[in-house]
Write a protein that binds this ligand. Structure first.
Ligand code: FUL
Length: 689
C-alpha cells in the first residue's frame, strides 16, 4: 500500500515537474526568426566591418578614372610593387581583408589571363612575368587577411564584348580568378557601364556567373547593386542611410541592369524579401585610382571618422579604397592617415564606459535570466536581451554607478534572428529630469549614435517601434574627444581669401607658400588677396595653441577676377565664374557656355565643378574649345568624358596634351548624367600652374 501511494505521489510530482518544464520551456524558447535572415557567411562577412579596397592598373599611370581599353599595356610598369606592404598597412590599420580590382573597365587583367591579350603579361612589369593576384593573395594569407576580387563585367578592351560569346569569356575569366587565388571572401561585380546610346550592349548571363562563383568559392559574398550577398549602398561618399535595413526587394532587378533607385539602395526595404546588407565603398582620395595631383587631398581624420560613423555606425560594412602609387606602394600620406584613423577609432572604442554598469529592462522575455538585460554588457555575441513575442516596445535603463561623461552609444541587434527595431530614442537623467539626447530609427548589426557630451549616472534607451519583439545583444558607451572644427577657406571672384571656423574665438594660423602652418605662422586677422593663386594651409587653435584642429589645405589657380560669361545670356550665369563652387546654375537646352577670360592666359588645362549630387544632371561627355578672339575656335577636348562623375560628382581637373594660349573658353556638353535638358555647372576654372 505504502509502496503504491509512494508510486502515485511520485507520478504526481513527476507530472508537475514535467508540466512545469513544459510551460517554462514554451516561455523560455528563443524568439522565432523575423523575416528573411542572414546566411552564416553573411553574418561572418558583417562581423568583418572594415576592409581595404585597392584600385590599381593602367589608370594609375595614365591619370584617368576610367581607361578606355586602348591604352598600351606597357604603360603598366610599377617600379617597386610590394603587396606585403599593402597587407601590412591594411593589418596595422585594423582592416580585416583586401579586395583588389583584378580587372577594371579597361579590361586590363592584373594576372596573366589566358582569355585576354590586355594583361600584366603584355606589360613591362617584371618583363611580363608578374602576377598581382598571386602576390596579393599570398601577402593576405601571410598577414591573416581575407582576400576578395573586383571584376568589371563591362570591358572596353575585349573584342567580344557586346556579343553573346563574351559571357563565356567572362565566365572563363571568373573561373581562372576564383580557382587559382582562393579562398575569396567577396566577389565584387561592378555595375558601371559608360556605353550609353550607340554603345555596345551586353546581356549578361548572371546565372552562369553566380554558379561559377558558388562552385569555386561556396562561401563568397557576391557584391552588386542588388547582391545577392551584399549591396552597393547608393553613393561613393561613404554615407549609408540613417535608416538602413539589411533587407531589399530584388525581384525584377539585376546587377548591371535596372537597379532599385539609389535612395532605396541607401536605406534598404523595411519588408524586403531578401537579406542584402549594405557595403559602403569610398576612396581615401577624391578618385579611385592614384594620381600625383591628389597626394595632398587624402581625406582628413575628421572626414574618415565621419565616414566610419555613417557606414559601420549605420549598419554597413566599410570598404575603404587606398590606391597604390606608381611604384606599387601605398603612398606615405595615405598610410600615415590610415594609422591616425585607426588610432582614433581605437582610442575611442577601446574604453567602454558601460563596463561594470547595471542594466534594467522594463520587460524581459518570460522574466527569464536567460534573456536578461545584463547580456547587453557581456562580450558574448550570442547572448542577448529580448522580450515576449507580443511586446514591441520596452526601455533599458543603464546605471553607471557614478556620473560619467560620454558622447557615443553603440547598439547591436542580434541579426541571426532578423532585423527588427524601427525607432528608438535615448534619454539621460539630468538632475531629476529625463532628457532626450538622441533619436534614431534602425539599429541592425551595429548602430553608433553621436551626440554632444553628457555627464550622467543614468541613461535610458526606449525602443519605440519594433517589427517583432526587439532582440539586442550589445550596448556600449564611449567618450570621443571634442574636436576643434577645422577652418574653412574660401576665395571669392576678386581673389580675396577668407578663413572661418565654427569653433568660437579660435586663433587661426596660415601659410600661403605650401608649408605646414604652426603656432609660429602668420595669424589670420582678416581677408587677404591671392588672385594669382597659391596654396593656403590653415590651422585653428584655442587655449593658446594647446588644442589644435587638423590642417586644411586648398590649392588655388588664377582667380576669375576679369572673367565673364558672354553666352548664352541668362540669369545667374555669373555663378559659373564667381569662385564659389557652392553656387550653381542649370544651363538651358544643353547650350554651350562661352567665357571671356579677360586676358590671354597660357592654359595647361581646365576644371569643371559639378553639383555634388548623384542625381543632378551634371555633364558626362563634352567638347572644349579655346579661342584668342572669340570667333575662331580650336577644339582642345573632343568627345571627352568626365568618367564616373555620376557616382562620384567631384571637381574634375583636366590637363591638355599641350598648353594653349587662350582668351576665350567654350564648354559644350554632349551627354549628361540624367535625362534633363538643362545641365548643371557650379564652376568652370583654368589650370595655368
Ligand atoms: C564604380 C567604378 O566605375 C569606379 O571606377 C570604381 O571602380 C567604383 C568602386 O565603382 O562603379
Amino acid at each position: 500500500m505504502k509502496r503504491i501511494r509512494t508510486y502515485q505521489a511520485g507520478l504526481l510530482s513527476l507530472s508537475l515537474l514535467l508540466s512545469g518544464m513544459f510551460s517554462s520551456c514554451t516561455n523560455d524558447d528563443p524568439p522565432k526568426p523575423y523575416g528573411v535572415l542572414p546566411s552564416a557567411d553573411q553574418l561572418e562577412w558583417q562581423k568583418m566591418e572594415y576592409y581595404m579596397f585597392i584600385h590599381f592598373g593602367p589608370n594609375t599611370f595614365t591619370d584617368v578614372e576610367w581607361g578606355n581599353g586602348k591604352e598600351d599595356p606597357k604603360v603598366f610598369n610599377p617600379t617597386d610593387v610590394d603587396c606585403r606592404q599593402w597587407a601590412a598597412t591594411a593589418k596595422a590599420a585594423g582592416m580585416k581583408g583586401i579586395i583588389l580590382t583584378a580587372k577594371h573597365h579597361d579590361g586590363f587583367c592584373l594576372w596573366p589571363s589566358e582569355y585576354s591579350t590586355h594583361t600584366v603579361r603584355e606589360s613591362l612589369w617584371k618583363d611580363g612575368k608578374g602576377d598581382l593576384l598571386k602576390e596579393l593573395s599570398e601577402a593576405c594569407k601571410e598577414y591573416g587577411l581575407k582576400f576578395g576580387v573586383y571584376l568589371s563585367p563591362w570591358d572596353q578592351n575585349h573584342p567580344a564584348y557586346g556579343t553573346p560569346e563574351y559571357n563565356q569569356i567572362f565566365a572563363n575569366t571568373l573561373t581562372e580568378v576564383l580557382s587559382n587565388y582562393g579562398p575569396i571572401f567577396e566577389q565584387w561585380f561592378d555595375g558601371a557601364n559608360g556605353e550609353h546610346e550607340g554603345g555596345k550592349k551586353q546581356v549578361y548571363d548572371w546565372k552562369m556567373f553566380h554558379d561559377i562563383v558558388y562552385k569555386n568559392q561556396p562561401h563568397a559574398i557576391i557584391f552588386s547593386d542588388v547582391g545577392p550577398g551584399c549591396r552597393w549602398m547608393g553613393n561613393e561618399r561613404g554615407v549609408a542611410g540613417e535608416t538602413n535595413w539589411s533587407r531589399l526587394n530584388i525581384e525584377g532587378f539585376g546587377p548591371g541592369k535596372a537597379a532599385p533607385p539609389t535612395d532605396t539602395l541607401n536605406i534598404g526595404n523595411v519588408h524586403g524579401a531578401a537579406w542584402v546588407p549594405a557595403e559602403t565603398d569610398v576612396s581615401i582620395r577624391p578618385g579611385w585610382f592614384f594620381s600625383p595631383s591628389t597626394n595632398d587631398k587624402v581625406k582628413s581624420i575628421d572626414q574618415l571618422m565621419d565616414i566610419y560613423y555613417t557606414s559601420v555606425g549605420r549598419n554597413s560594412n566599410l570598404l575603404l579604397n587606398v590606391p597604390p602609387d606608381r611604384r606599387g606602394r601605398i603612398h606615405a600620406n595615405d598610410s600615415t592617415r590610415l594609422m591616425e584613423f585607426h588610432k582614433e577609432i581605437e582610442s575611442i572604442f577601446s574604453n567602454d564606459l558601460s563596463k561594470g554598469a547595471t542594466v534594467k529592462a522594463s520587460k524581459t522575455r518570460a522574466n527569464s535570466s536567460k534573456y536578461a538585460a545584463s547580456n547587453l554588457l557581456d562580450d558574448n555575441y550570442d547572448s542577448y536581451w529580448t522580450t515576449d513575442d507580443d511586446v514591441l516596445t520596452a526601455s533599458l535603463e543603464i546605471d553607471l554607478g557614478q556620473a560619467k561623461s560620454f558622447n557615443r552609444l553603440v547598439l547591436q541587434e542580434y541579426i541571426p534572428l532578423g532585423q527588427r527595431v524601427a525607432k528608438f530614442n535615448v534619454e539621460y537623467l539630468n538632475g531629476d529630469k529625463w532628457e532626450e539626447v538622441a533619436q534614431a530609427t534602425t539599429i541592425g548589426y551595429k548602430r553608433i549614435l553621436r551626440f554632444p557630451t553628457i555627464t550622467t549616472q543614468k541613461l535610458r534607451i526606449n525602443i519605440q517601434s519594433s517589427l517583432a519583439c526587439p532582440i539586442l545583444n550589445k550596448v556600449g558607451l564611449f567618450a570621443a574627444p571634442e574636436k576643434l572644427s577645422s577652418p574653412v577657406v574660401m576665395r571669392n571672384k576678386e581673389g580675396v581669401v577668407s578663413i572661418a571656423c565654427a569653433t568660437p574665438e579660435p586663433v587661426i594660423y596660415y601659410t600661403t607658400d605650401g608649408s605646414e602652418p604652426t603656432t609660429s605662422s602668420k595669424v589670420y586677422k582678416g581677408e587677404f588677396k591671392l588672385s594669382e593663386g597659391g596654396t593656403v594651409k590653415a590651422l585653428a587653435t584655442i587655449d593658446k595653441g594647446k588644442n589644435q584642429s587638423e590642417v586644411v589645405s586648398v590649392v588655388y589657380d588664377i582667380a576669375p577676377v576679369l572673367w565673364s560669361v558672354v553666352s548664352p545670356v541668362a540669369d545667374n550665369l555669373s555663378f559659373i565664374v564667381d569662385g564659389n563652387p557652392n553656387s550653381y546654375v542649370a544651363v538651358k537646352d544643353n547650350t554651350p557656355v562661352v567665357i571671356d577670360l579677360g586676358s590671354k592666359l597660357n592654359l595647361k588645362g581646365f576644371s569643371y565643378d559639378p553639383l555634388k549630387s548623384e542625381t543632378a544632371n551634371n555633364v558626362y561627355k563634352y567638347n572644349l574649345y579655346t579661342s584668342l578672339d572669340g570667333k575662331t575656335w580650336t577644339k582642345v577636348q573632343s568627345n571627352a568624358a568626365f568618367n564616373n562623375i555620376k557616382n562620384n560628382p567631384i571637381k574634375q581637373n583636366v590637363l591638355f596634351d599641350k598648353a594653349v594660349e587662350a582668351k576665350f573658353l567654350k564648354f559644350e556638353p554632349l551627354q549628361t548624367t540624367a535625362s534633363s535638358k538643362d545641365y548643371i555647372v557650379a564652376e568652370l576654372g583654368v589650370i595655368t600652374k
